[in-house]
Design a protein around this ligand. Structure first.
Ligand SMILES: [Zn+2]
Ligand SMILES: [Zn+2]
Length: 134
């Protein structure tokens, strides 16, 4: 069985997901824009995997947006996104950027594109740099 490892930015929280990811979605909904502060969330979903906190479980807070299925878990020390075990929905959600081990999956789909931020609609001509430009 595959073991995926991840952690937060400050290193206080670490976790493992044993099992496979079923799907990988880039969500452009307005809730995900707010909670990431960016254009979209990038979340992996696992229905059969088991989430184990290796450290810092008591630092993990889960915010559930009232009257929606939107939730976000984060490290209370550094604010990084960490996994959520959505027990009522029967799956684990893992933010792709929280993983330290590589994944062999590419996103299945971009979802909630009707809410896509205007500024992400013409990204092809935006220059790229290997690091901070001079
Ligand atoms: Zn942290
Ligand atoms: Zn979303």
């Amino acid at each position: 069985m595959k073991i995926h490892k991840g952690s937060c930015l400050c290193g206080s929280v670490a976790f493992e997901l044993s099992g496979e990811f079923d799907s990988f979605f880039l969500c452009h909904c307005q809730h995900c824009q707010k909670d990431t502060g960016s254009a979209h969330a990038a979340n992996l979903f696992s229905t059969s995997g088991t989430l184990t906190w290796r450290k810092g479980r008591d630092l993990v807070k889960t915010f559930q947006l009232p009257e929606t299925q939107h939730s976000k878990s984060f490290c209370q020390n550094c604010g990084s996104a960490v996994p959520t075990h959505a027990e009522n929905l029967g799956f684990v959600v893992v933010p792709a950027g929280s993983l330290d081990t590589p994944i062999d999956k590419t996103p299945n789909a971009k979802i909630f594109m009707k809410s896509q931020a205007e500024w992400t609609k013409s990204m092809d001509n935006v220059p790229g740099f290997e690091t901070l430009p001079e």
